[in-house]
Write a protein that binds this ligand. Structure first.
Ligand code: AHR
Length: 502
């Protein structure tokens, strides 16, 4: 007999208004993300500024609201001044984090132009590895001050009369990691971040600041790092960052698909530490979360070890994603929606070529990986209010997790448009599951479409030549008297869209 799950929801039971920036992404100067990814002046599809038009279109379809830049690990030894001004004067540097040559032919102003073309905001990261307060405040002045000062006038002399007005700034990157140039202890980082943030805000009081949380929940210093750094940065920062990458290293698909349980635990722990600091400091401010690096990252590990050092734009971190990766990405997005009251920004790391939904060939075509689809669905249909769900699903145990629900759903309600979108995952790798959704207060609604992403082979992926994993429409549902019954195919990602008929 087919397994059955139940979900109840009510349009008045709202978790929070979803901040659309949870569908952000990330471009780091590494591998072929910039050079050969978004920027390739010699490509037949390049526009007048060297941006690949095919890539611009693929990014625009994702409706990416914000893009983090320029790193990542790279930012911790980056001199931002190298990447502005006449291109012929820009230095070629040894880029230490990824052991490549950085030509600096692309920099802050080019990225501002790219973001404009994709209708995205920019989340800038500053170097708190080898540099500090001075370089940070100068960069804010260069980017955001209108005119009449040394750095703002330099920007104008570089052809950018109007300030970029970047609002969101990350105070360094993964400063707890021993791989980071200029790694810091929690106290060293907390003090430096607080003082840098203070100076940056004196240049532009309108900016928002993200303080570095741990590089992942597996760090030995997690969550002490959060507790200690926030002692110093709580008053100056608006967000704390979370980073997490996943991989099916043991080829245990059920265990892999259950790893959103770990994510859930990570988010809840960071929330708790922030709230502890809030209480301790008698603060009125609630620290919000910026999950500004997340994705699947493991397919490319072996290949990366074989790469020679000091190449220009080598194929680093070029994971080729499969069906099960798309399912995990869907599960992560569902988890973020359930925490919409605290997660206000999140960045799929990264956007093009480097652990990315979009892949390009140098001089050739571009294509969508499997993970492109759940990310696009969530970004396009997942804006509005995130609703609470009360659910009961059959459960399973894996090597690392117990009581994992086979199905998981998040629900988004767009009040004005009178639309509801259900994102649903069936993690069961063999059995279809019927989910019964009881919707309260949705009279007059009808199902618009049920989109499903499924492939019998969990290891199936896409390539330029062949798109094996792509969404299809399903008719496996009934809708009657505000009761929706949907059959979720085994190992499938689903989007069920309802709209009120007038
Ligand atoms: O996204 C790839 C790398 O992962 C980033 O540079 C770093 O911040 C993280 O460790």
């Amino acid at each position: 007999m087919i397994k059955q799950a139940n979900v109840m929801l009510d349009k008045r039971a709202v978790i929070a208004d979803i901040d659309e920036r949870i569908y952000g992404s990330f471009i780091e100067h590494m591998g072929r993300a910039v050079y050969g990814g978004i920027y390739e002046p010699d490509h037949p599809e390049a526009d007048e500024q060297g941006f690949r038009k095919d890539v611009l279109e693929l990014v625009k379809d994702l409706q990416v609201p914000i893009i983090r830049y320029p790193g990542g690990n790279m930012v911790s030894a980056y001199n931002w001044e190298d990447g502005v001004g006449p291109k012929e004067d820009r230095p070629r540097r040894l880029e230490l984090a990824w052991q490549v040559i950085e030509t600096n032919q692309f920099g802050t102003n080019e990225f501002a132009d790219f973001a404009k073309k994709t209708n995205s905001d920019v989340m800038m990261a500053i170097n708190l590895g080898t540099r500090g307060i001075d370089a940070a405040r100068n960069l804010v002045e260069y980017c955001n001050h209108p005119s009449g000062s040394y750095w703002s006038d330099m920007r104008r002399s570089h052809g950018y009369e109007a300030p970029h007005k970047f609002k969101t700034w990350c105070l360094g990157n993964e400063m707890d990691g021993d791989w980071q140039i200029g790694q810091k202890t929690a106290v060293e980082y907390g003090r430096l971040a607080a003082e840098s943030g203070k100076a940056m805000r004196q240049v532009d009081p309108d900016i928002e600041l993200v303080t570095c949380g741990s590089s992942g929940s597996g760090m030995p210093t997690f969550p002490e790092w959060e507790a200690v750094t926030l002692e110093h940065t709580y008053d100056v920062a608006d967000y704390i960052s979370l980073h997490q990458y996943f991989g099916n290293r043991d080829n245990d698909s059920q265990n892999y698909l259950a790893s959103t349980m770990e994510l859930e635990h990570f988010i809840n722990t960071v929330r708790s530490v922030c709230d502890y600091l809030k209480a301790k400091k008698r603060s009125k401010k609630t620290m919000m979360l910026s999950f500004d690096e997340w994705n699947v990252w493991y397919h490319s590990n072996e290949a990366d070890e074989k790469l020679e050092r000091w190449q220009q734009a080598p194929p680093q971190l070029e994971d080729r994603y499969n069906m099960e990766d798309a399912l995990l990405v869907g599960g992560i997005l569902i988890t973020f929606l359930k925490h919409a009251d605290r997660i206000k920004m999140a960045c799929l790391a990264q956007l093009v070529n480097v652990i990315a939904p979009i892949v390009t060939e140098n001089g050739g075509g571009s294509w969508k990986q499997t993970i492109y689809y759940p990310y696009m669905h969530a970004s396009v249909f997942g804006r509005g209010k995130s609703l609470h769900t009360v659910s009961a699903s059959p459960k399973f145990d894996t090597k690392d997790f117990t009581d994992v629900p086979h199905t998981d759903s998040a629900v988004v309600y767009r009040e004005e448009e009178e639309e509801v979108t259900i994102f649903a995952l069936n993690r069961h790798t063999e059995e279809d599951i019927r989910v019964h959704y009881a919707l309260h207060d949705f009279e007059g609604y009808e199902v618009e479409e049920h989109i499903t992403l499924h492939h019998e082979d969990l290891k199936a992926g896409n390539s330029l030549a062949q798109e094996n994993v792509k969404p299809a429409l399903s008719k496996a549902y009934t809708w009657e008297g505000q009761e929706l019954q949907v059959e979720l195919k085994h190992a499938s990602w689903n989007v069920i869209r309802l709209k009120r008929r007038t």
